[in-house]
Structures are given as C-alpha cells and as structure tokens.
Design a binder for this molecule. Structure first.
Ligand code: SF4
Ligand code: SF4
Length: 247
C-alpha cells in the first residue's frame, strides 16, 4: 500500500512536477518530438519508428499499473492546464463531449496503422522530427498544442482539453480497463466510506469534475476520467480516500 502522507502533500509535489514538465518540454522545443500526434503519422508513412511511437507504447504499458496518473503527474499538456487552473475556476462539464476524444483517437490510430501497413517498419529513428523539420515548423507544432489547449480550457473550464480531445487519454483508459478486467495489481484510489461526512469538498476539489463523494458512497473509485491527481485525498479532512496498490 502507498503510505498516507499529511494533507496537501501530494499537490505540493505533483503541481511543481507537472508544471515543470510543461515549461521544459515547450521551451526546449521537444514537446512535438515526444507527444505530437502529427509527427508519428508522418513517421508511419516513412516506415520509421520514432520517439513518440516509443512514448505512446510506454504510456499504454505504464497505465497497466499507474492508470491515468501520467496525465496529472507528468503530461506537459496537463501542466499547461494546471497553470490555467490558477486563473480558470470554472469546471468543465461531463457531457457527451467526453466521447470526442475516442472519435479523434480512432481516426488518428487508423491513419498511423495505415501508414505502417503500407510502408512497413523500415528503421528506428528516435530523432525523427528534430533535425529534419524546420525551426518554424517545430514552433508551429509545439505552440499548436497550446493554441488548442488554452482556448478550450478558457471556454469550457478546467481540464477541458484533457477530457474532450486528448489523443493520449484513450491509451491510458484502455490500459486501465485491461488492468481492471484482469484484476492486475496497480495504483488505485482506496476508500474508507464509513469515515465520510458528506461535506462534498472532494467534489469541489476534483479538477475532472467527478462526483467523488458519490463514488465513495458506492465504495468504488473506478472512473475513466480520474487522473489520480490526489486532490480528493489531500482535501478530505477525514482521510476517507488514499492511494493504494491493490487489485
Ligand atoms: S471530502 Fe471526505 S468527508 Fe467530505 S464528502 Fe469527500 S470523502 Fe466524504
Ligand atoms: S477523483 Fe480524486 S484523484 Fe481522481 S481526478 Fe478527481 S480529485 Fe483527482
């Protein structure tokens, strides 16, 4: 089991980590190399295994243990939304818009699969997208993510981009579903429902606008949109929720 720490400690670690990754990956102009949905499509039509191919494969593998923790603890796109959360207090709604990301993901994976099917796997080039792409194009690809994330969050609320259009989220949701189906041991939220005082502070603090208290009452914290940020853990005065490594 992950030992309980004093309240708010997870946010004191998580927020600086995820915000730092956002700043570093964008400033170093390597965001597109590792996370861009565009570069991997270009690579697939040349039969190249590029760095983002490896990153996306790692993300799905890691999700078999960590669920969606990558989103809230390391993803540079999430870091941008974390910065925006200091200014945007509106919560994004859990509407049918949540399904947009699966639609985009299906088209995107289809394009990548077609690329590798037509061209084969010819070589590994982890630097593909660094030297063979112009500086101006790197800026466009890097800022492209910010240009999408910022207005979406500003208009629809906190973490709207993560919830509605993120191309990486379905990898982790699939990984988490596989983990849960086979009852693999992994990082999850564990509850002591009997300690709950119905204050709903956890609901108020959840950046993904999940009905956390409702899950506590059901004694099940499984929710595809949970990014394991730990805000509900840190905000609950009664230590109802904690991280645990369980089946
Ligand atoms: S913050 Fe804790 S006590 Fe309050 S509703 Fe949530 S789980 Fe229950
Ligand atoms: S349920 Fe808790 S851990 Fe999951 S996203 Fe909401 S606040 Fe974060």
């Amino acid at each position: 089991m992950v030992q309980a720490m004093s309240r708010s400690v997870y946010q004191k670690i998580r927020k600086p980590v995820v915000i730092t990754t956002a700043i570093l990956f964008h400033l170093l102009l390597i965001f597109h190399l590792l996370f861009s949905p565009v570069i991997i499509v270009m690579a697939s039509y040349k039969g190249i295994i590029n760095a983002s191919f490896v990153v996306f494969a790692l993300i799905i593998l890691l999700s078999l243990f960590f669920g969606r923790a990558y989103c809230s603890w390391f993803c540079p796109g999430c870091g941008v939304q974390e910065i925006m959360s200091f200014f945007i207090k509106k919560k994004s709604k859990n509407t049918k818009a949540l399904y947009i990301k699966y639609f985009l993901f299906t088209i995107w994976i289809g394009a990548i699969t077609a690329g590798y099917t037509l061209n084969g796997l010819n070589k590994i080039d982890l630097a593909y997208g660094m030297s063979d792409i112009s500086f101006a194009r790197k800026i466009v690809l890097t800022l492209g993510a910010i240009v999408i994330i910022v207005p979406l969050t500003a208009i629809f609320g906190q973490f709207a981009s993560c919830k509605y259009i993120c191309w990486q989220a379905p990898f982790m949701i699939i990984g988490t579903k596989i983990r849960d189906y086979f009852h693999f041991r992994g990082l999850r939220l564990h509850v002591h429902a009997e300690n709950c005082r119905n204050c709903k502070i956890c609901n108020f603090k959840c950046p993904m606008n999940i009905d956390v208290m409702g899950h506590v009452k059901k004694n099940s914290m499984n929710n595809s949109e949970c990014i394991l940020c730990g805000n509900c853990i840190d905000s609950c005065k009664h230590n109802v929720i904690r991280y645990a490594i369980t089946k």
